[in-house]
Ligand binder design. Structure first.
Ligand SMILES: CC(C)(COP(=O)(O)OP(=O)(O)OC[C@H]1O[C@@H](n2cnc3c(N)ncnc32)[C@H](O)[C@@H]1OP(=O)(O)O)[C@@H](O)C(=O)NCCC(=O)NCCS
Length: 156
């Protein structure tokens, strides 16, 4: 599937579809189930030019990511959020977006990329492992009390 995907900037009209990408996932249950927190975050990302979509040939949203340029200590691009649409999981949309994330970072001259993943999210940890990310350390209760976040880096 990934060969057919194209990268596009996020747009206001597609924010609802972006929210739906995460509905029912473990991060939805832990972080976004209450009210419009995810929508607020995606809206902010859009305003800052940080929201990116993986679109299929018929223009449906296969995946979404938020990239903060130099968001890690002013050094490395930071992946704040990524998700594949439930119907697209396991078909390469996540790998496609990670490839685009790393391409943008290289073009900006970053030596590494960075992200955090929650301790409960075994699927995403396996995903990042398969893409060559290594664990710098773990921050207890980084975002929400009781949930640790692993800080992952990739050498580009
Ligand atoms: C994590 C997530 C983005 C992966 O996206 P995806 O489109 O399903 O992943 P891909 O199909 O591109 O898989 C890429 C590689 O990761 C591996 N992978 C994917 N999910 C995995 C899992 N649950 N466990 C282990 N490895 C996994 C695949 O085997 C694949 O490797 P391969 O190409 O060598 O076979 C997706 O599962 C998702 O949206 N999860 C819900 C939201 C979330 O938790 N986001 C991450 C935290 S912000």
């Amino acid at each position: 599937m990934s060969a057919e995907l194209i990268l596009a900037p996020g747009s206001a009209g597609r924010l609802g579809e972006c929210v739906d990408v995460f509905r029912g996932s473990s991060i939805w249950e832990h972080y976004f189930a209450e009210g419009g927190r995810l929508l607020n975050s995606l809206t902010k990302a859009l305003e800052r030019g940080e929201l990116w979509l993986a679109l299929t040939h018929n223009s449906s949203v296969a995946g979404v990511m938020r990239v903060v340029p130099r968001g890690f200590c002013g050094l490395y691009d930071y992946l704040s959020l990524i998700g594949s649409a439930p119907s697209a999981r396991g078909m390469g949309a996540g790998r496609f977006l990670m490839g685009e994330f790393e391409r943008m970072a290289r073009e900006r001259g970053c030596l590494r990329t960075s992200l955090m993943v929650s301790d409960f999210n075994a699927g995403a940890i396996g995903f990042y492992d398969s893409l060559g990310y290594w664990r710098l350390g773990t921050i207890p209760s980084a975002v929400k009390p009781g949930i640790a976040e692993h800080v992952l880096l990739k050498d580009l």
